[in-house]
Write a protein that binds this ligand. Structure first.
Ligand code: AMP
Ligand code: GLY
Length: 430
């Protein structure tokens, strides 16, 4: 295999981690990231390919195609869900470009919760009881008759904010009004899914898929709430660890057999084979693992703790998925733990200020990886431009050792208003 330029689409910590990992593959000669961020520009060094951010947005599909052709990229990797839901994979494939990710039809597992629920029921995949509505009165009637706690979800993509976990019927009524009447999530809220509210430990299980074969990654745990003790609002994720210490390999095999394999077979039977990363948010209930949601891409910040543990060449894995020969690949993982702690802007996930200078990154040791999300380089100064700013990541022989390294590095980093959780990886009951 000769070495090739590649293109990564996206701008967050997930994409920085993809670029960091792929830069270490001998098959990759140059990395382009669109639009990238303040951390995704580096020159080639021994054993590491150069990376450069290019200001093209993910929805500018024609421009991206022109760029990929001009740069002769050998493989395109799509980070976020929106371009996948918009059909970016179909468009690139139509002009003969090699691209990693599901088709628009397959991405419906994430882009429509109603689609995902119908699919799961049809194919016997364990998930919460549910009903789906466009009419608020019918939804209200069902809710009152159901009589148990619920979760109300906007059908479409809502940047992780369209899920409202309700304690009371009044809260659920308010959630229905917010989505169906006030149109808080726009067209993503044309329909709602109302689900029984489950309880139990959560796991992020991600697998590579070539449409027929799956290869599971190490299981991760995300920390979605903004504040310590799992308090505060839901965020995109404030930190993650891998491997989750409280799931056994027998349980992972069962999840593959009872959740992922039937999903792949079901998608293939519907003539929409699923190629890419499939991510299931799972809850361990008294009746076994159930799917809370599917995502059609790598998780953020799960990717930041999964990929640093991967010993197999990621480029080879992605190409094997695209070429339908994943069965040829054996994934090898480091016998270690990885932790990442997100440094967020003051006020996130609500309103926050931007443009705050970031300092201290030079003082962080080489054994800590600082993946950039909401950063930009302005006249040579690194500044904040987003809610989640940096993901401070470390590997250690134990989870504790990894966490200690991340938290020690954070003491050196500063920007005005910076906040982070101090209990990432701490609330694990084994
Ligand atoms: P989702 O984006 O669908 O994963 O939902 C975000 C978060 O809402 C999940 O990580 C869970 O903590 C919670 N959640 C979603 N669905 C349910 C459910 N049926 N029961 C309890 N909690 C849920
Ligand atoms: N960490 C949650 C997600 O990527 O959807």
């Amino acid at each position: 295999m000769t070495s090739q330029p590649i293109l990564i689409i996206g701008s967050g910590g997930r994409e920085h981690t993809l670029a960091w990992t792929l830069a270490r593959s001998p098959h990759v000669s140059q990395i382009w990231v669109t639009p990238g961020n303040g951390g995704m520009n580096w020159s080639a060094a021994s054993g590491v390919a150069a990376c450069q951010s290019v200001p093209i947005k993910a929805h500018e599909i024609e421009k991206l195609i022109d760029f990929a052709i001009m740069q002769r990229v050998g493989l395109v990797i799509v980070g976020p869900e929106q371009p996948l839901a918009d059909g970016i994979v179909d468009r690139f494939q139509a002009v003969g470009l090699s691209i990693f990710g599901p088709s628009q039809a397959a991405a419906q597992l994430e882009s429509s919760k109603a689609f995902a629920k119908t699919f799961m029921v049809t194919h016997g995949i364990p998930t919460a009881e549910y009903a789906c509505f466009e009419d608020i009165h019918q939804a209200g009637e069902w809710l009152h008759a159901f009589g148990r706690p619920v979760v109300v979800k906007a059908d479409g993509l809502a940047a992780g904010k369209g899920v409202l976990v309700c304690d009371t019927v009044e809260e659920a009524d308010a959630a229905l009004r917010l989505i169906l009447e006030d149109r808080q999530f726009g067209a993503a809220g044309n329909r709602v899914v109302i689900e029984e509210r489950l309880s139990g430990k959560e796991f992020s299980v991600l697998v590579f898929s070539d449409g027929k074969t799956i290869a599971p990654m190490v299981v991760a745990r995300d920390h979605k709430r903004a504040l310590d003790g799992d308090l505060g609002l839901n965020t995109g994720g404030m930190g993650a660890i891998a491997p989750a210490p409280d799931i056994t390999s027998a349980q992972i095999e069962q999840v593959c057999r009872e959740i992922f394999q039937p999903t792949l077979e079901g998608m293939a039977a519907q003539r929409t084979p699923y190629v890419g990363v499939l991510y299931a948010g799972l809850m361990q209930t008294a009746e076994g693992m159930k799917v809370l949601e599917f995502n059609c891409r790598f998780g953020d910040p799960e990717t930041q703790v999964i990929l640093p543990l991967l010993d197999t060449d990621l480029y080879e894995v992605l190409l094997a998925c695209v070429e339908g020969r994943l069965h040829e690949i054996e994934l090898c993982w480091k016998a270690a733990s990885c932790a990442t702690v997100v440094l967020a802007s003051g006020g996130y996930p609500g309103d926050y200020a931007v443009g705050k200078p970031i300092s201290g990154l030079d003082a962080v040791g080489d054994d800590v990886m600082v993946f950039h999300a909401g950063t930009a380089l302005e006249s040579g100064q690194l500044v904040t431009v987003g809610g989640r700013v940096l993901a401070v990541t470390a590997i250690g022989p134990t989870l504790d050792a990894a966490l200690q390294k991340s938290y020690a590095a954070i003491e050196r980093i500063h920007f005005a208003g910076m906040h982070f959780r101090r209990d990432i990886g701490r609330r694990v009951e084994i």
